[in-house]
Design a protein around this ligand. Structure first.
Ligand code: MLT
Ligand code: ZN
Length: 463
């Protein structure tokens, strides 16, 4: 509970209506897409300017008030959960385009801008913002930066980090930092901007972002291929990427497809069901490329890796095929899935998959397992579905020991226990599988430099 005095101080910064205290607001703003933790913030505040953010942080310092920065709360690792009486600072009102420089193809915007609005803005100027994922309709750019969001086009365009040219952040002690200021070239010592990208709100509140836009892609084709077994997916990837620059290479299992079909009413893409599906996309600069793609298709069918396939002939068909992949997360939500988001180097993927598949099949014999992910980036999403009759806490408790084993396997392959979802609360016990003790210690010291009182998103990434 906030004291009356603090409530008055906070209201005096943002205005009476921008400090939210009702139970429904606290419940709404206190969680992300995870279902493990209960929301329990003390209040939600909606600043309307960078200066208001700074004032809020100064008050938080005065009263030792912990802060959880909040964007679209589409995260899957509990990074935006406020379960311990924190003040949620929601960036929703900082959602304007502040500057656009066509010559540089850069745009500066408030951190609260919704990802799809940035994509639309780019399109309206005949440009392209390439970071894309299913939650783009509600995720905010500040949150994407704070988690270094990845998504479905990483194979061609990289993660959010690649597109950030500048950041305005307020640190835990209330300093305003204007980092890199949109420069392409700037070798003046440590690039602090990159520390904030992926820092999950533990170092500062991201208020403004300068984004590099690019030219839109030319016409693309999407293929969905029915793949005969798990390890053949890598062979298919190899066959295509040896000849064609792919803009996406995703995969999902038959079970994932079944759940999407049941959830959305979409049609199955192929006449013959397959254990796995690869979805790939490439730009067709000329007819030769299409011929090449067909040649590869024939080869992978001959090899027995692919059973059947379909290629989009129109934009709407391409969108329908994409839906089969993009809707998986939403389709699985009702099972409160326990999410694994792991990665290894693509060259280690075939061996890793064999071991991972065996491990989870043994350990999770009684659960439904749904595999999908951005396999072209070496990134696998393994979702364990909660049996209907099982209590949520018991379910999580039964997943924890297996997660440690998966962590051990990932460590053996020098991979990552969180490829793109961040660490938040969900993965912090497994951080040591991907980061050395020296690295974690260094991260703690970096946090101390930016947030000496430990007020920003406490307990996230590490304790
Ligand atoms: C996805 O790839 O669909 C997203 O990372 C969300 C998820 O893993 O559920
Ligand atoms: Zn993903």
């Amino acid at each position: 509970m906030l004291s009356k005095h603090i409530v008055e101080r906070l209201k005096s910064i943002v205005g009476i209506s921008r400090l939210l205290l009702s139970k429904s607001d606290l419940d709404r703003f206190g969680v992300d897409r995870t279902t493990i933790w209960q929301p329990r913030p003390c209040a939600v505040i909606l600043p309307g300017s960078v200066e208001e953010v700074r004032q809020i942080v100064l008050v938080a310092n005065e009263f030792n008030l912990a802060i959880v920065p909040s964007g679209g709360r589409t995260g899957l690792s509990g990074g935006a959960v406020a379960a311990n009486g924190e003040l949620v600072v929601a960036m929703d009102r900082l959602n304007q385009v502040l500057d656009f420089k066509p010559l540089e193809r850069t745009v500066t915007l408030g951190a609260g801008m919704i990802t799809v609005d940035l994509q639309t803005f780019a399109e309206q100027h005949n440009l392209f913002f390439p970071v894309d994922f299913a939650a783009a309709g509600s995720s905010q750019i500040g949150g994407n930066v704070a988690t270094n969001a990845g998504g479905i086009k990483v194979i061609a365009y990289g993660m959010t980090r690649n597109w950030v040219l500048g950041l305005k952040v307020v640190t835990g002690s209330g300093e305003l930092l204007d980092l890199n200021r949109g420069l392409v070239k700037n070798n003046t010592g440590y690039d602090l901007r990159h520390l904030f990208i992926g820092s999950e709100g533990t170092l500062g509140l991201i208020c403004e972002v300068t984004i590099q836009l690019t030219r839109p892609p030319t016409e693309s084709r999407v293929m969905v291929l029915g793949v005969s077994h798990f390890s053949a997916i890598l062979k298919v990837l190899e066959a295509f990427s040896a000849q064609i620059d792919l803009s996406a290479f995703e995969f999902f299992s038959q079970l994932a497809l079944e759940k999407v079909v049941a959830h959305t009413g979409c049609a199955e893409p192929l006449d013959t069901a397959a254990p796995f599906y690869a979805l790939l996309e490439f730009e067709i600069a000329n007819q030769d490329l299409l011929d090449q793609a067909m040649g590869i298709f024939e080869h992978i069918v001959e090899q027995g890796w692919v059973l059947d396939g379909v290629m989009s002939q129109s934009l709407s068909q391409a969108q329908s095929l994409w839906k089969l992949r993009e809707q998986i997360s939403e389709a699985l939500r009702q099972w409160q899935p326990y999410k694994n988001d792991i990665s290894v180097r693509v060259s280690s993927m075939a061996d890793f998959i064999k071991e991972a598949d065996q491990l989870v099949a043994d350990r999770y014999a009684d659960f439904e397992l749904v595999w999908y992910g951005h396999i072209g980036d070496g990134n696998l999403h393994l979702n364990i579905l909660k049996p209907e009759a099982m209590d949520s806490q018991d379910f999580v408790a039964s997943c924890v020991p297996v997660s440690s084993e998966i962590g051990g396997l990932v460590a053996r392959y020098q991979g990552s226990v969180s490829a793109e979802h961040g660490v938040g609360l969900l993965k912090k016990d497994y951080l040591h599988y991907s980061r050395s003790a020296a690295e974690i210690d260094m991260m703690r010291r970096i946090k101390k430099a930016f947030d000496p009182k430990g007020l920003l998103n406490p307990g996230k990434i590490f304790d």
